[in-house]
Ligand binder design. Structure first.
Ligand SMILES: *Cc1c(COP(=O)(O)O)cnc(C)c1O
Length: 356
């Protein structure tokens, strides 16, 4: 990695740490923000003024372009603390690459490695004490960027802010999911922005998701825009199925290419499973459930790592998946990733970025 000196990251420490007010035994996801944030400004074609400052409100113009035309992208990453105090960030290089892929699609500037990864390491070193180390806990990291130009004409913003905020999170447990196969609304179409992690992809999902919630489902299982026949992903996570002896995940430009999904597929391959990234039709899945050959099914994402799917609703019918207790593949993945992220086993793939 290149030196951070190029951007000489300024640190302005807080005068009033909020650390002592935090109940680390009772953390609600994303509610508590750490003392500091990293802020960088893009102006006149260059990144300037990269600084770590006390977390707090920022001033924006009411005519700021992101508010009107939606140039806004983000990432989600987790850092862990080993028993010996070592800080480790899980595969943030993949998030950095994806961030710049999202930026390019929305005609936004790239963020250099020195600012994204170098800045992140320095931020975590500054807020080291905010990284919890009880079993299952971690620090959730939210990098994001948005257009800040104050002008109402539709054009790419000529100025941007890149910010990283962090939030300590508790052990995550969520009940097995009841998903509804969405056959009317669409999350992403070919040629669109489904693969980019942009704010708009979430805004458009809220209404259809609420309708599904009203029917008793936890989340949607999105399908392709043209026929609604092929499975894409869940609301905020990718989908992985074990059908027969294959570990399968849908693929294409209309889904977000998750780091968790990639990690699990790479692990599966290294363990000798047959892995496939391809289109999966709703029919294939439902026929497989009926035939008893779907032995594992889960949503994969940074927030929860892996959330089992219990029930799938399709055109008014409910289909039950096998009991969670018997899902060997999910269990093996969870145990392995837990051990790796807390430094209990050797990092054979080089996925832990250690903060010195
Ligand atoms: C972030 C995200 C995921 C999961 O990606 P990870 O890198 O594994 O956290 C999946 N789908 C969508 C729509 C997302 O925004």
């Amino acid at each position: 990695m290149s030196a951070t000196e190029n951007y000489s990251i300024r640190v302005e420490p807080t005068q009033q740490s909020r650390l002592s007010q935090v109940d680390f035994n009772n953390l609600k996801f994303g509610k508590i923000l750490s003392d500091h944030m990293l802020v960088a400004t893009y102006e006149d074609g260059a990144w300037t003024d990269v600084s770590i400052v006390p977390y707090g409100d920022i001033n924006v113009s009411p005519s700021m372009s992101a508010l009107h035309y939606g140039q806004a992208i983000f990432e989600g990453i987790k850092a862990y603390k080993f028993q010996d105090g070592t800080i480790s960030i899980f595969r943030p290089d993949k998030n950095w690459e994806r961030f710049n892929t999202s930026a390019a699609r929305l005609e936004m500037p790239e963020v250099p490695e020195e600012i994204f990864l170098g800045g992140l390491k320095k931020l975590l070193a500054t807020d080291n004490k905010w990284i919890p180390n009880a079993p299952g806990t971690s620090l959730y990291i939210r990098p994001f960027m948005f257009g800040t130009e104050a002008a109402l004409g539709v054009h790419p913003s000529n100025s941007y802010k890149f910010i990283i905020i962090t939030s300590p999170v508790g052990a995550y447990y969520s009940n097995p999911l009841k998903l509804k196969v969405e056959t009317h609304y669409t999350r992403a179409a070919e040629g669109g922005v489904g693969f980019s992690k942009n704010a708009g992809n979430y805004a458009l999902s809220l209404y259809p998701t609420r309708l599904a919630n009203d029917e008793g489902f936890d989340q949607l299982m999105w399908t392709d825009a043209s026929e609604h026949k092929y499975i894409e992903e869940a609301g905020t996570a990718n989908l992985i199925f074990r059908i027969g002896d294959s570990i399968i995940t849908p693929h294409g430009d209309t889904i977000l290419h998750g780091v968790t999904r990639r990690t699990i597929m790479e692990l599966a391959a290294s363990w000798g499973y047959k892995t496939e990234q391809r289109r999966v039709s709703v029919k294939e899945l439902i026929d497989g459930i009926k035939a008893g050959i779907v032995t594992d099914a889960f949503a994969a994402g940074t927030a929860a790592t892996l959330t089992p799917i219990a029930t799938i609703g399709y055109e008014g019918e409910l289909f039950q998946l096998p009991p969670v207790e018997g899902r060997d593949f999910s269990k093996k993945v969870l145990t392995y990733l837990d051990d790796l992220r807390y430094g209990r086993i050797a990092d054979e793939f080089g996925w832990n970025l250690i903060v010195e």
